[in-house]
Design a protein around this ligand. Structure first.
Ligand code: PLP
Length: 394
């Protein structure tokens, strides 16, 4: 049976080179990196080397600025809670309405605990109201938190410029960037920015699930989320997950090596898919028209039909995609990102995210373009909105 995987923003295949790199650390190199005997040195060396590779991947000035974590959610929680904890007198946070739930729900919780949160809007293309964001920065602002690329629409936010402008208004304000959907898709160079903390997650760029990293600029104080041993320079206790750290570093090397060529190829495939759908399916509308998008993502609404039904029919043809983010699919709550963009209810419930990777082929796109019109046609016929659909298809 054909399998076309177009859900790479949910997770990616672990690259074969990455599996090869990590395997020895389960068998003959299984030592604890904190142990002093020779046998453990290879584990210690591997963690050290991986830290240098991740520092290079993110453009950090010093590998000491990299802390290994278990996932993107942990990186975000560590940065946000840790930075706020050392600035207890400051109670204002600025963020966007389109952050991933691991950030969004944390701020909703902090709001209940007495923090004042400024939620910055996006326009119908998915672009951010940056002047509104900057206007909100004040003496009391402890943290500004903006994602680098949106997981549902792929829209890229100018976090470099935002970090500069925030620091001009208040040098004390810390800037956290959730770069989970940007890493491996756009170049990141933290040392040329004023970003204080930036989180990534390995499984979004062909490493396994269960490993991430947090960049913390030298001089940025945070209190640890996990307290215990002295690992990660006291910032994150717990024996290092050596095989997965090695895997993420290998994945970062591969992503960096292939970034430019693959971005051109993947973007051409994404554009072919997008144009093919929009020109062949009359009730299809592009949800985010922003010029600034990661090359692998498109989000398309199919008016007056149900997204979950589209996904199930696509699944029957072996095509994997997603409605909303991975964490919200499974519930029928429409996407908070598309709602923030003001996507009308007519296409909100029928919105599908297609996300490609360097393993996506032209055949995958052709197959999807061949199967999708018949799927949509079938669902259009059973939609309760026949009058409205007749208008679109006439
Ligand atoms: N941030 C963004 C933008 C994401 O897309 C995701 C996962 O989808 C996360 C954070 C959470 O990453 P993880 O699954 O590694 O916790």
């Amino acid at each position: 049976m054909t399998l076309v995987y177009l859900d790479n923003n949910a997770t990616t295949m672990t690259a074969p080179e990455v599996v090869d790199a990590m395997l020895p650390y389960f068998s003959n190199k299984y030592g604890n990196p904190s142990s002093i005997y020779d046998m453990a040195h290879s584990a210690n060396d591997a963690v050290k080397k991986s830290r240098e590779i991740i520092a290079d991947f993110l453009g950090a000035a010093d590998s000491k600025e990299i802390i290994f974590t278990s996932c993107g959610s942990e990186s975000a929680n560590m940065a946000i809670k840790g930075a706020l904890d050392v600035k207890k007198n400051k109670k204002h946070i600025i963020t966007t309405r389109v952050e991933h739930p691991c950030v969004l729900n944390l701020y909703k919780d902090l709001e209940k605990r007495g923090y004042r949160v400024t939620w910055v809007d996006v326009d119908s293309n998915g672009d951010l109201d940056i002047s509104r964001l900057l206007e909100a920065v004040c003496e009391d602002t402890a943290l500004v938190s903006v994602m680098m690329a949106n997981n549902e629409t792929g829209v890229v936010y100018p976090v470099d410029k935002i970090s500069e402008a925030v620091k001009m208004k208040n040098p004390e304000t810390k800037v956290f960037v959730d770069a989970v959907q940007a890493a491996g898709k756009v170049p990141i160079n933290v040392k040329d920015t004023k970003i204080d903390m930036l989180g990534i997650s390995g499984h979004k760029f062909h490493a396994p699930k269960g490993v991430g990293a947090l960049y913390i600029r030298t001089g940025t104080m945070i209190s640890p989320l996990i307290v215990g041993g002295h690992q990660e320079r006291g910032k994150r206790a717990g024996t290092e997950n050596v095989p997965y750290i090695v895997a993420m570093a290998r994945a970062a090397q591969l992503a960096k090596e292939t970034l430019e060529d693959e971005n051109t190829r993947v973007k051409a495939l994404r554009d072919k898919l997008e144009k093919g759908i929009l020109s062949n399916i009359k009730n299809a509308v592009l949800n985010s028209k922003s010029k600034n998008r990661v090359p692998n993502t498109t989000n398309i609404g199919f008016q007056y039909i149900e997204g979950e039904l589209i996904l199930l029919h696509m699944n029957d043809e072996g095509i994997c995609a997603s409605s909303g983010s991975a964490c919200t699919s499974g519930s029928l709550e429409p996407s908070h990102v598309l709602r923030a963009q003001g996507v009308p209810f007519t296409s909100l419930h029928g919105s599908i995210r297609f996300s490609l990777s360097r393993y996506t082929t032209e055949q995958d796109i052709d197959y999807t373009l061949e199967k999708l019109p018949a799927i949509i046609d079938k669902l259009v016929k059973i939609s309760p909105f026949q009058k409205e659909l007749n208008e679109i298809f006439k």
